[in-house]
Each structure stands twice: as C-alpha cells, then as structure tokens.
Design a protein around this ligand. Sequence first.
Ligand SMILES: *[C@@H]1O[C@H](CO)[C@@H](O)[C@H](O)[C@H]1NC(C)=O
Ligand SMILES: *[C@@H]1O[C@H](CO)[C@@H](O)[C@H](O)[C@H]1NC(C)=O
Ligand SMILES: *[C@@H]1O[C@H](CO)[C@@H](O)[C@H](O)[C@H]1NC(C)=O
Ligand SMILES: [Zn+2]
Length: 447
Amino acid sequence: MKLSRAASFLCLAPLAHACLLPEESAHESVGVVRRQTTNNTGIPIGKADRFNDGTIAPRGLGTQPPGTDLGTLLSVKEIESAFRGLAKEYSFETFASPFKTYENATIFGGKIGGNSKGKSESPRVFFNAAIHARERGSSDNLLYFLGDLLYANKQNTGLVYGGRTYTNDDVRKALSTGIVFLPLSNPDGVAWDQATNTCWRKNRNPAAAIPGNANSIGIDLNRNFDFLWDFPRLFAPTVAPNVASNDPRAATYHGASAFSEPETRSIRWVMDTFTKLRWFMDIHAYAGVVLYNWGSDENQAKKQGMNFLNSTYDGERGLMPDSPAAGIVYSEYVPSRDWADKTYAAMRMGNAMDAAVGRHYEVTQSAYLYPTSGASDDYAYSRSFANPKLNKIHGFTVEFGFGNQAASCAFYPTPEQYHQNLLETGAGFMEFLLSASEIGLGDRGSY
Ligand SMILES: *[C@@H]1O[C@H](CO)[C@@H](O)[C@H](O)[C@H]1NC(C)=O
Ligand SMILES: *[C@@H]1O[C@H](CO)[C@@H](O)[C@H](O)[C@H]1NC(C)=O
Ligand SMILES: *[C@@H]1O[C@H](CO)[C@@H](O)[C@H](O)[C@H]1NC(C)=O
Ligand SMILES: [Zn+2]
C-alpha cells in the first residue's frame, strides 16, 4: 500500500529542523543571537560570471559524465545570467512580475515546453526556487535541471542522475507538461545572505523593523500567503505560537497582512496568469523530505465541511493528535482522489531521489513536519476551494539535502553535498513532471 511509508512516519522530532534552526522553531526564537562558532560557510560562492552575461546556458549533471564538478554555488549575478543564457539558447518566453522587491529587484521567470501537436499550451507545472534566502542551492538545482532537460530535448538524448536514468521519450513527456518557473523568488534575501553569510531566511523589507535589532528586518515569505494567515485566531492556542509569528524579530514573522510582500504577490500573480496550472513545487532545504498538502492539520477525506474555510473550527486547527477532552477535533478535508494523486506524485519523487545517490528521503504530508500557516504549497491548493472558478493546483514542497552541521549555517552545503543535492533534485523533478503528465494535466473539474 502506497501510504505505508508515510504512515510509519508520524514522529515530528526528526524533521523538526527543516527550514528552521532549532532555536527558531518556537516562540522562544525571538531575539536569539546565534553564536558564530566557525568561519566554515560551505561551498564557496561563484566570483566570476560563468554564463558570460547571459550568453552561455547552464547544463547540469544529468547530461554530463559522472563525476563532473560544477564548481561553486551560483551567485545572485550568476543566477540571473544563467537564466538569461538558458532563455537565449532555447528561445523560451521570459517575464517579469509586476511587483518589485523592497530593494527594487525584479522577480523574473520563464515558461518552457508545453508543446503538443505543434501548439503551445498553458503550463501545468510551476517550480518556485529560493523563497528562503539561506537555503543555498535552491536556484542552482532548478536552473541546472532545466538546462539538462532542454539540452537533452535538443540533442535527442536522455538524462542520468546517479542511479536514475531517463530516456529521451521521458524528456519529451516531462517537457510536454509545460513549465513555468521563478528561479529566484526572494532576490533581496539571497543577495543579503550571500553578502553576509548570516544564515538569513526572510526578505529584507524593514517595514516592521525595531531600531537596533537586525533580526527584526524582513518577513518570512513562506508564512505570508493567504492560507489561514491569521494564525492566532485560526489555530488552537497551544499550537499557534509555532505555526508562524507576529513578532518581527522572529524567523517566522508573517508580515502585516497576507500578501503584504511583493515576492508572495509575484507568486500569486504567476498562479493567476497561467490559469491551467495543476502542480506547484516549492524548493526548500534541508530535511531530506518530500511534502504534500495539507500543512495545517492531519488530512481527512470524510467530512467535506471540516475545512480551512469553516469558521466553526476557528481556534481548533493544528493540534495533532486532537484533544477530544478539550473539545478540539479537527482535520483538514482533502477529496480522496486528490489525496491519492498527491501521495502518488510525492512517493515517485521520493523514490527517485533515494535512487540518485542512496540517501533516504521521507515522503509525508506537510503537517507532519510541523503545522504551518500561510505557506505557499497550501495556498496553491487552497485557491480552488476558496474560489471554485480557479484551477486546482496540487501543492508540494521538497526539502532537499540533510544539512551541514560543520558550517556556521547548516543550510550552507559542502561541495560534496551541493553535488548530491543536484543529482537528487534532478531525479526528483524529473519524476514529478512525469507523474504530472501521467496522472493529471486536465482542465478544471476533469477529476
Ligand atoms: C574567523 O575569521 C575571523 C576574521 O578572519 C578571525 O578573526 C576569527 O578568529 C575566525 N574564527 C574562527 C573560529 O576561526
Ligand atoms: C527603489 O526605487 C525607488 C524609485 O526609484 C526609490 O525611491 C527607492 O529609494 C529605491 N529603494 C531602494 C531600497 O533602493
Ligand atoms: C461547518 O462545520 C459545521 C460543524 O461541523 C457544519 O455543521 C457546517 O455545515 C459546516 N459549514 C460548511 C459551510 O460546510
Ligand atoms: Zn525553507
């Protein structure tokens, strides 16, 4: 049974570090000053522009001989240059979101594939990278993978990611889904983190900053989406302090209102603009896990009225297990067919990532990592419940890698880990696209 692997994974503790450092995962995180015990910042950041001002396309490990070394981490400048190089080499459509960041950066994206029978179709799959600044390698994983996919398509070859091999037919099938992507959704945060090595997670908007407190700059973009955003009112009182924070000093500060930030508005804009999207993948580090909806509470498929929109349950969400004695019994509704599809795609992805280099990825519902409010993957899936006119988008998060405990920031991989992460995500993204193409690109309401 497909679910057995997920069902065996009910303990929250081993994954509690995903995206958050131990001292950040609870309300005590406020104002914590982390000790810098080492100058080890993992793989160095690229100094020159290897893509020569947007004239050279990136090519990942899937189309190069085993043992190929891609060298340093992509700098912010290189992410942008690699993106332009890719668009130039393969002539795909690029765009800029209408919302500029606090530091006036543009959030840029591209649209590739989706051609069937000679006509270009609206993309069904959306990849988002680098929403959390310090999760180094997020943009790299995506750009190198897309570079491989387009190269293999053009050269009529397949892909090899360690122990996982894909044929040229697989490549064409993956591309036929149509892909829209944002390779750098938090440009200010990533630029700051790369410049300072401060293990920075949020964006750089100082709107709520407290003078003299450097941690109070920025909003956690992955708590800023309009899904159960107002967590103190909507979650159970004992859980609420952990699902997000309304203190600007916290790593999980959720902002002044849902979609207060240009970065999250840009992601919503992509979902509004490409109206046939069905699959959304947000690329994070690190926990070695593939997550699917929901992130608010345990899933259930029996009570349709027990859901995030129903105010009857305000103040009761997020408690796992429930507390019938305290009158709190809530789980989040998911239609059983959707649940099966999400599990199927996530399991295939996890299995492919396992096979790439032999490290084990867990596959589970995101609430089992820890319940969250205002996250991108849940927002993506919630849209068609809140407004039935919108396309249904299944939401996923991958937490690539397993952390670098020797570094000043565990999110900064070693060169070897960086390389392993590229192989694993290459196989995982490929499997995600193949799952999407096999089980559902249909228009709204088709299942
Ligand atoms: C880190 O680097 C600084 C400046 O180069 C140096 O003063 C400090 O001793 C180093 N710390 C460690 C733990 O190596
Ligand atoms: C962003 O651009 C605006 C308008 O040009 C300017 O007023 C503002 O100072 C810029 N902000 C930053 C942080 O550079
Ligand atoms: C909300 O939940 C209550 C309690 O279970 C239920 O009676 C009601 O029908 C639900 N509302 C909606 C709109 O489903
Ligand atoms: Zn993250």
